[in-house]
Design a protein around this ligand. Structure first.
Ligand SMILES: [Zn+2]
Ligand SMILES: [Zn+2]
Ligand SMILES: [Zn+2]
Ligand SMILES: [Zn+2]
Ligand SMILES: [Zn+2]
Ligand SMILES: [Zn+2]
Length: 1928
């Protein structure tokens, strides 16, 4: 059939595959399909190098086809991985980011950053991906970073010429450009080596043909298969068996078209029951239904449901028995699940479709596609052309012969239908809802290549048409299954609709079928969130050329019609079927999906370049119909007498949706201001027409001349006859109306439209506005509206009065909903479109019309015109329900304040009158908002945002404006947050009468401003006047007369009456009211916005009004103000009054004379301030004041520091109140602080044994050095040699040298690991039993009682408790820390001196006590007896039992008498039971030092990296010390007990002595060398009790242990650094790159020691030049040991007063500790080791005997490796123990890991990734808990990882997940946004930055201090009552 035989083969393949595979679709089938497609496309391997350009390079000499088949499975993604691997590329960027001469179009995925440069972008939507954005090209630009919140958040616009107004460089557009000479045609058949250069050449014509052919065949095939896939849209009852067989018949493909010589496309007679996913039904229900229908086990149902959820559809049952299938289908579909039965052939074909689509998509990601414009165009061409049908039956025979439109179906000939018009042609009305069919304005040539738009046949109404493949794909979107839908949408975004050549055609094709696609979204889609519109619309319509095209084709009307009919009739109709009405469907409103269409409209409106076409078309009439649906709704009427019982929630439907309408109105109006290429006059005409239409429309509504108006759905009086009264002063009619009685509403979007139109129209004079309105009214002719002009502005006035009345509590009986409406109207995004529009219209009204007319209307609507006149005896208010005057005294003062503020705002809120252009307007608006909120003082970003409406703070320019007006102080500590402070210069712009301020805020700002002035001018408070903050009149242009109202006598009457009212009520009562009144007068007195030119107002000034005698009140404003200058009560206001008079004085001549005329007893002296500023008395008091201020400031500062300190110590983590420690005094010694039982509150005495509660558990911070892991080996020796140096963010210690290679290696590691690397070598991590304590104490008896009640309590309530009863856990009643043990405190205060404790026997003694040990005959009874008695004496001294304690313990085990003794016994039993549980299978011995040893070690580890003053012991926290001492003393006590036979073990005494002796003999000169292989010398040190009487001082024991430890470390280093399998010399670094201390002379000795040991081990010698490195490694390895020994000594001795103090930074920590512990330094010891024989010193002797010992071993074994194996003891990790490194910005996880091929696309496997903080492995948090299985994370930490608790970072949730045996919890991730705050739910789209102090704080205080369990316990305990932990 075709000239290329391969294409025919492909067709045949597609046709025959189901049959050939026996209708069994497997993984192998998928591979087969891929293979066939590759083979066809490459013309049987001829073009293989084009498709896999880098294959050859990556596989070497292997056969390409074999590799493709066997290894790569013909899969593109496997190929990419192979290529990446072969390159060994560590550059984190994707190869496929390259886009030469093309748009990048990379999709933004959830969690990825979206960069928007507002300087370079065409508008706010233009975005760049992390590849294309390069900071260096946008220096100084306004750049926004947002984190994408959706799975498909649009695409990168880089390379799209329409998106950018400036050029910038993208590094990825340069690829392949390096040499331009290759351009000749190259068919690639002869195997060009370099794939990239091949791609640079032009594509062979044949390959182009092949590509187009393959794509066409595949797309046609997909459409062929999908035509009969819509059965699942029918419910069970509307189908039957014959439908199913018919569908099977219609599904047959045409054997001719598929080139099989007319073969019939049969099925095998089997059918499958299919089920489809939706977003409504629950998982569990689905499992249950599927189980019922399949009659199989639950596991099967779960499996099917899982597939359903992830894949989108699943097979439930396959059989030939259709009856059975129908029966099961009935069960399955009973709860509404979408199901269908299809023949196996079709099911198979759909799976083929799945693979084919995936293949096409992966092809669009390929190198060939990405680098080649031709390829991209060919794909689009295939999409744009019409579908070539390949079905065996060209038509369906339906039940009826006529096709009737049904959502989502095709007509009988498989054409795409249109929404049908039902109105007969003759009946069609002639209105503005019509559409002219015309051809799209597309280039002819393009139309031809796409076979599209050649005539208008397809566009005719009521015709169905054979669509393009693209149209079919879009139309079939809801037929596809979830997983393939997203794949398809991604492909459309990246490769189809963004194609620069075809995007216009594709746009046109999309718009052609828009109404039907919208119909499917609105009424049919089971997965609306996955709908194609969400993806396509945004991208297509934001492109300016597309929008322009649509506008010129007049397609907006079709979209409008879709929206309008859906809102009014709940279904989509054509333009001809539109019925105009004001009725709206609440049901439709609640389906918020229709907003999508509005977004589309607003994109088209705002992006189009042709505003003229928009404006000229009948857009305004249609828009008015749509907008009118929201006009005057919902209606509210004030409840005067009774409270509203039931509040309808329907209003929310309007308020939620109306923002969309407002935005629509604004966008429409905006078109009028942005018309380019059109002369001013023409523009004005269009604008005028629009305004006239809207005004006419409003008047029609007002006169009840519009369809569908109902009395209770609009706030218009629909009565025919309306009453009006004539205002005597202006002679204007005003309709009678009362807000407190009649209908009102907040929403008037038509008025907003009018306001926007007027604002954007740029009139030249206010007269023009009046003219238009008058013209319109005249044109309308006679109506029943009393005064049409009033009716236009009335609604805005009413709304503002309504608002004020609600605020004043006048509407309380109406319940909450009016308040919520008010809130929405004023404080949300409705504010600018609602409230500000109303204010604007009133300003226009005031500006344009006669002052008396205006004021009459205003005061009438405020209901303040009459009814509250001053009579003798005050203001009698005859307020009752029907009276004219509705307010009582209480309400009146509020209403007056509101009204005065309203008049102030008329002149001060002028932002929209200034004629600012869009961006400027927007920025000024944001700036105002910021200034007026930040002026209260520094605040955090979220505090600031909580004060500002969301729509303002969400503006893209918000943060940029914030930078402009404020200074930011970033957080530094672990608990800090960032703060913003207003720059001083902006405070001048603060207006205390800002419209958004509450009364309290206004007062605060007034005070604040006055204080500022006071500081600057030294005036006293009551002399300070806040000047009105008004703009210059010129700025307002034609609106500069908004102050005209002040000329009206109504206004002066009102002011007079208000002043009289204030005086009458008493100034103290109405102080605020007076303040506001005076401010208003002050503003008016400036006379800035008054029209003095107008004929009517000539000579009129506010001054005239000010001095005008009121007819009613017989006084003037001037008189009343003058009167106020007297009397104490007014003293705070006098300054303001004087400044008012002063204004007139400077403005007019002869003011005093004029005032004389109107003010009785006028005295001009009173108008000046007599009090002298320069008064010396004043100066003194000023000085005093200043001094006082300074003092106050100091106090405040002190308090601030104090509270800061408190805050810092009130850490979220460390809630354990650190027990107040009693300082080691002179006599007292250290004792348990406050022996206070927290349970019974009794003192220690006479209540039995007292002790502390502790928690013993396993912990896993104990690491060994993994010598075979290059990174961790290096890292272990890279931290500072002083572990008590403050760990800075710097990686390098100051006094060590780091090689260049080291630096490079570390950098490489950082760059190639997004997070981590983790300490993943589990065999090098040990979990050990440690103890911790919250430090709280109780009696043993109380402890027992507490446990019992606790147990009972828990049995009663079944709940998720944080403690495990069977493990005897309980929460500390005080601090809720978890505990499981009780340790008695039996000792007296500890006053032992540490310095004495560590002293050697004699300073001069060279003979070590251990030298003789071992020579004695241990079995000699006499010696043993002496040993026993001395040991007992020593131990008694050591133990320091209290008298009560020894009494309690008793003297002999056989005589237990007292209850104390009994309970003490039971306590011991209890303890050992618990401990045995923990150390199982080992048996725990009472005197075991296991816990003490481990706890000291872990304490030491937790202190690494913390700065110390002198040495490690001053860093230990009180709690840790308390705990350690308790364990230590208890160990001593138990030993003593055993020794004295207090414990009833047989032969206890002898046992104890033997033990003591064995311990000591380990350290004898003979034994010590043998211990080196396996002993833990620190354990020995803890274990061996010093027996000073026998000469075994602590110092002697320690010396022996220390030399043993050093020998051990040396041996390990010698063997590890030498052996052949060592990884220390590798490709990245060598041994010489290990950091070392500079200027160390000790290297010489070290090398010599190494040499001797190497020899002894039988190993090679080390090089002499690495001595310094070896010495440094040795020092680092032994420092922890020394630190631990120091801690041990401190635990034993509380008195450290006489301890030497060092400056920590000056000397080596190891040397300092050696000094403290009175042993030779390491360097000294090394020297002693190699002293010549005979220079007999202890260390030398030991060393030599160790060497001897090794040599003798060597001769026995004669195998070098044997020695190494014998070294059982591994080197403990000497560096700072940490959790994994985290990325600097959280989104790097997504861009550099989660979405990368390199890591095998983790996002496809893990929905919610969780990073293990130990090993950096990434898990998937299973959100939906299926069955009882544990989640991946739980399994990981319990079984796979080394941690004893689970710590995971969840990047998507931005938290740390903590899992423990007892439950889990979340902890804030150590990330802050750029505002220095923790991420909140609200600001999800902000990028997050790693805050290291926070992370360090977490890992030290939560992890290393074993507070993880406590954290979880406390969290759980606090929510236990709420039903437990519901989040996992
Ligand atoms: Zn990009
Ligand atoms: Zn780019
Ligand atoms: Zn830029
Ligand atoms: Zn007690
Ligand atoms: Zn506690
Ligand atoms: Zn792990």
């Amino acid at each position: 059939m075709t000239s290329i035989p391969e294409l025919d083969d492909l067709r045949r393949f597609l046709f025959l595959l189901p049959r050939k595979s026996n209708f069994q679709f497997t993984k192998e089938t998928r591979k087969q399909i891929r293979k066939e497609l590759f083979c066809t496309l490459s013309k049987r391997t001829k073009y293989i190098n084009w498709i896999f350009p880098n294959l050859e390079r990556s596989i070497g000499t292997n056969d390409k086809l074999t590799v493709l088949d066997k290894e790569l499975d013909w899969s593109f993604s496997k190929y990419f991985k192979r290529v990446l691997k072969s390159r060994g590329d560590t550059n984190s960027h994707d190869d496929r980011a390259y886009h030469v001469n093309l748009a990048c179009a990379r999709i933004f995925r959830k969690g990825e950053p979206i960069y928007r440069c507002l300087t370079c972008g065409y508008d706010d939507t233009c975005a760049l991906c992390s590849h294309c954005f390069r900071e260096e090209y946008h220096v100084g630009h306004k750049v926004n970073i947002n984190i994408c919140q959706r799975e498909n958040g649009g695409v990168c616009d880089c390379g799209d010429p329409e998106a950018w107004v400036r050029d910038f460089v993208c590094p990825y557009t340069k690829y392949l450009h390096n040499n331009d000479d290759v351009s000749m045609e190259n068919d690639g058949s002869d195997g060009v080596a370099d794939g990239d250069s091949l791609l640079k050449s032009e594509m062979p014509k044949e390959l182009q043909k092949l590509l187009l052919g393959v794509m066409e065949i595949l797309l046609d095939y997909v459409i062929d298969v999908m035509t009969s896939n819509d059965l699942h849209f029918y419910d069970f009852n509307s189908t039957n068996i014959s439908t199913i067989t018919k569908y099977s018949f219609y599904g047959e493909l045409d054997g001719e078209k598929y080139d099989t010589r007319g073969m019939r496309d049969v099925s095998d007679g089997k059918f499958a029951l299919m089920v489809y996913n939706d977003q409504v039904r629950h998982y569990r229900d689905a499992v249950q239904r599927i189980r019922l229908a399949s009659k199989k086990v639950k596991a099967f149902a779960t499996m099917v449901t899982d597939r359903l959820q992830s894949y989108g559809k699943a097979k439930v049952l396959v059989t030939e028995n259709l009856e059975l299938l129908r029966e099961r289908q009935k069960i399955l579909s009973a709860t509404g699940l979408a199901t269908c039965i299809r023949c196996l052939r079709d099911v198979f074909r759909e799976e083929m479709v799945d693979e084919i689509v995936r293949w096409i998509c992966s092809f669009t990601e390929s190198e060939l596609f990405k680098s080649n414009v031709t390829t991209k165009d060919l794909l689009c061409q295939a999409f744009c052309k019409r579908w070539k049908k390949g079905l065996a039956q060209p038509e369906r025979i339906a039940l009826s012969t006529e096709y009737i439109y049904r959502t989502g179906t095709l007509d009988l000939k498989y054409n795409i239908p249109k929404i049908q018009t039902t109105t007969k042609e003759s009946l069609r009305k002639d209105d503005h809802w019509y559409h002219q069919v015309e051809r799209w304005n597309l280039p002819e040539k393009l139309c031809q290549t796409s076979e599209y738009n050649t005539d208008t046949t397809d566009l005719q109404p009521n015709t169905c048409h054979l669509g393009s493949r693209f149209q079919y794909f879009i139309y079939f979107d809801i037929r596809f299954w979830k997983s393939i839908r997203t794949v398809l949408h991604d492909m459309y975004s990246c490769s189809v609709i963004t194609n620069l050549n075809f995007k216009n055609v594709l746009c046109a094709q999309y718009v052609d079928i828009y109404p039907t696609v919208a119909d499917m979204l609105l009424t049919k889609d089971r997965e609306p969130e996955t709908n194609v519109m969400g993806v396509l619309s945004t991208q297509i319509f934001t492109c300016p050329s597309n929008s322009t095209l649509i506008v010129q084709h007049h397609d907006l009307s079709r979209i409008f019609a879709s929206i309008y009919s859906f809102l009014t009739e709940e279904r989509i109709r054509t333009l001809d079927d539109i019925t105009i009405t004001h009725k709206i469907s609440i049901w439709s409103l609640k389906i918020r999906r229709w907003c999508q269409c509005f977004f589309d409209v607003s994109y088209i409106l705002t992006r189009s370049n042709d505003f003229k076409s928009i404006v000229e078309y009948n857009i305004i009439p249609m828009a008015c119909d749509i907008i009118a649906l929201f006009q005057g709704r919902p209606v509210i009427i004030r409840e005067g007498k009774t409270h509203v019982e039931y509040e309808s929630p329907d209003y929310t439907a309007f308020f939620q949706n109306v923002p969309v309408i407002y935005l629509f109105a604004e966008n429409i109006a905006h078109c009028f201001s942005t018309m380019k290429n059109i002369n001013k006059h023409e523009q004005k005409v269009l604008c005028k027409n629009a305004i006239m239409y809207v005004v006419t429309f409003l008047l029609k509504l007002e006169s009840n001349n519009y369809p569908g108006l109902l009395d209770d759905t609009i706030d218009i009086d629909l009565k025919v006859q309306r009453n009006a009264k004539r205002d005597p002063r202006s002679n204007e009619l005003i309709q009678e109306y009362r807000i407190d009685k009649e209908k009102v509403s907040f929403l008037h979007p038509l008025h907003s439209l009018l306001a926007f139109l007027i604002q954007f129209a740029e009139f030249e004079s206010s007269f023009e506005v009046k003219q238009i309105i008058d013209d319109t009214i005249n044109k309308m002719g006679q109506t029943n509206i009393p005064n049409p002009t009033v009716s236009i502005f009335d609604y805005s006035v009413r709304t503002i009065v309504l608002m004020s009345q609600i605020k004043s509590g006048f509407w309380v009986r109406n319940g909450f909903s009016v308040r919520s409406q008010l809130q929405l109207y004023r404080n949300t995004n409705l504010r600018e479109c609602g409230y500000m529009r109303d204010l604007f219209l009133i300003q226009v009204f005031v500006n344009t019309y006669e002052p008396d007319f205006v004021c009459n209307l205003l005061f009438d609507r405020w209901q303040l015109l009459e009814g509250w006149t001053l009579k003798s005896g005050g203001f009698p208010i005859d307020q009752n329900e029907d009276a004219i005057f509705p307010y009582d005294h209480h309400t009146l003062s509020y209403i007056l304040d509101e009204c005065l503020n309203f008049f102030i705002q008329l002149q001060s809120e002028v932002l929209y009158l200034r004629g600012l252009k869009e961006n400027n307007l927007n920025e000024t608006h944001i700036r105002n908002e910021l200034i007026h909120n930040l002026c209260f003082g520094p605040m955090t970003y979220s505090k600031l945002c909580s004060n500002i409406p969301e729509h303002v703070s969400m503006e893209k320019r918000f943060d940029l404006m914030l930078q402009d007006v404020s200074t930011f102080s970033a957080p530094t500590g672990a608990n800090d947050v960032g703060m913003y402070k207003l720059k001083d210069e902006f405070i001048n712009e603060v207006n205390p009468y800002y419209f958004n301020y509450t009364a309290n805020m206004k007062d605060d700002v007034l005070k604040l401003l006055k204080h500022r002035i006071m500081k600057k001018t030294n005036k006293t408070m009551n002399k300070i006047v806040i000047e009105p903050n008004l703009r210059n009149a010129e700025e307002l242009g034609i609106y500069r007369h908004i102050g005209n109202y002040s000329l009206s006598s109504y206004f002066s009457d009102f002011i007079i009456k208000t002043l009289l009212y204030i005086v009458d009520q008493g100034v103290d009562k109405s102080d605020n009211l007076l303040e506001t009144t005076l401010h208003l007068i002050h503003i008016c007195a400036l006379e800035r916005y008054i029209n003095t030119d107008d004929d009517n107002n000539t000579g009129k000034t506010f001054f005239a009004n000010f001095t005008r005698q009121s007819d009613i009140h017989g006084t003037t404003i001037a008189q009343l103000l003058f009167n106020m200058l007297d009397g104490e009560a007014m003293k705070d206001h006098r300054a303001k009054i004087r400044s008012i008079f002063a204004i007139f004085d400077t403005k007019y001549s002869n003011v005093n004379n004029m005032l004389l005329g109107c003010i009785s007893q006028f005295d001009s002296i009173k108008l000046t301030d007599k009090t002298n500023e320069g008064d010396p008395q004043k100066a003194i008091s000023r000085k005093k004041r200043i001094a006082k201020d300074r003092q106050a400031r100091l106090m405040a500062k002190f308090k601030e520091q104090q509270s800061l300190f408190l805050k810092q110590n009130q850490n979220e983590i460390e809630e354990t109140s650190d027990v107040e420690m009693v300082e080691y005094g002179d006599d007292e010694g250290w004792q348990f602080p406050e022996p206070h039982c927290l349970y019974c509150q009794n003192a220690l005495d006479n209540a039995g044994p007292f002790g502390i509660i502790t928690y013993v558990s396993k912990s896993s911070e104990f690491r060994k050095v993994p010598f075979d892991d290059p990174y961790w080996f290096m890292k272990a020796f890279s931290d500072s040699h002083n572990l008590d140096n403050d760990e800075t963010t710097k990686e390098e210690a100051e006094d060590e040298t780091y090689s260049e290679k080291w630096k490079q290696y570390m950098k490489w590691i950082r760059e190639s690991n997004v997070m981590g690397p983790g300490f993943s070598s589990h065999k090098h991590v040990e979990s050990k039993v440690v103890s911790q304590s919250c430090g709280h104490g109780m009696h043993f008896q109380c402890y027992v009682n507490f446990l019992n009640t606790n147990r009972n309590k828990q049995q009663q309530i079944s709940r998720n408790v944080p403690e495990s009863i069977e493990h005897r856990e309980f929460l500390c009643p005080l601090c809720k820390a978890i505990n499981n043990m009780f340790i008695p405190i039996l000792w007296v205060p500890n006053k032992k001196s540490l310095e004495n404790f560590v002293l050697p026997l004699e300073a001069t003694a060279t003979v070590n006590v251990f030298e003789q040990l071992g020579n004695q005959d241990l079995h000699e009874p006499k010696w043993l007896e002496k040993f026993g008695s001395l040991a007992t004496k020593d131990l008694e001294e050591l133990s320091q039992l209290t008298a009560t304690a020894s009494n309690m313990i008793g003297q002999n085990s056989k005589e237990i008498t007292t209850s104390d003794q009994k309970s003490f016994r039971s306590m011991l039993t209890n303890m050992f039971q618990i401990l045995t549980l923990l150390v199982f299978p080992r048996v725990f011995k009472a005197d075991s030092t296991l816990i003490l040893t481990n706890t000291i070690k872990s304490t030491e580890i937790s202190l690494r990296g913390l700065g110390s003053i002198s040495c490690v012991i001053d860093q230990i926290s009180n709690n840790a010390l308390l705990n350690l001492r308790a364990i230590n003393e208890f160990r001593n006590n138990v030993l003593l007990m055993k020794m004295k036979n207090w414990l009833s073990t047989p032969a206890a005494k002898a046992d104890v002595y033997m033990k003591l002796l064995t311990g000591l003999s380990q350290l004898s000169n003979k034994q010590l060398p043998l211990q080196v292989q396996s002993a833990d010398f620190f354990e020995i040190l803890v274990n061996v009790i010093p027996l000073p009487s026998l000469g075994f001082l602590f110092n002697a024991i320690f010396k022996a242990c220390f030399v043993g430890h050093i020998l051990q470390v040396l041996s390990i280093l010698v063997t590890k650094l030498n052996t052949s399998n060592s990884r220390t010399d590798n490709e990245h670094y060598g041994l010489r790159d290990i950091p070392s201390m500079m200027n160390s002379n000790n290297g010489i000795y070290t090398v010599e020691v190494f040499r001797r040991l190497s020899e002894a081990h039988g190993l090679d010698h080390v090089n002499a030049d690495i001595g310094a490195i070896l010495y440094t490694m040795l020092i680092k390895s032994v420092t922890p040991f020394l630190r631990r020994a120091a801690i041990l000594a401190y635990v034993n001795c509380a008195d450290i007063e006489s301890l030497p103090v060092f400056e920590s930074s000056q000397r080596l920590e190891a040397d300092r500790l050696c000094d403290i512990l009175k042993v030779p330094s390491v360097a000294q010891m090394l020297q002693e080791f190699i002293q010549p024989e005979g220079d007999n010193c202890y260390n030398g002797t030991i060393f030599n005997s160790y060497v001897q010992h090794l040599k003798s071993r060597q001769t026995v074994n004669s195998n070098a490796n044997a020695m190494q194996l014998e070294l059982k003891y591994e080197l403990e990790y000497p560096g700072i123990v940490k959790l994994i490194d985290l990325p600097d910005r959280l989104d790097y996880f997504f861009t550099n890991y989660y979405y990368l091929d390199r890591y095998n696309n983790p996002h496809t496997r893990m929905e919610n990734p969780a990073i293990c903080l130990y090993c950096a492995e990434v898990m998937d948090v299973q959100r939906t808990s299926i069955g009882e299985q544990e989640g991946q994370c739980t399994i990981h930490y319990l079984k796979e990882c080394a941690g004893c608790v689970g710590l995971f970072l969840l990047p998507k949730d931005r938290t740390i997940l903590i899992l423990t045996r007892n439950g889990g919890s979340f902890h804030a991730a150590p990330y802050l946004d750029k505002h220095g705050e923790l991420p909140s739910e609200m600001k999800k789209s902000k990028p997050l930055y790693l805050m290291r102090p926070r992370y360090n704080d977490f890992l030290r205080n939560v992890w290393l201090l074993h507070n993880v369990v406590n954290y979880v316990a406390r969290k759980l305990d606090s929510v236990v009552d709420a039903g437990g932990w519901d989040t996992l």
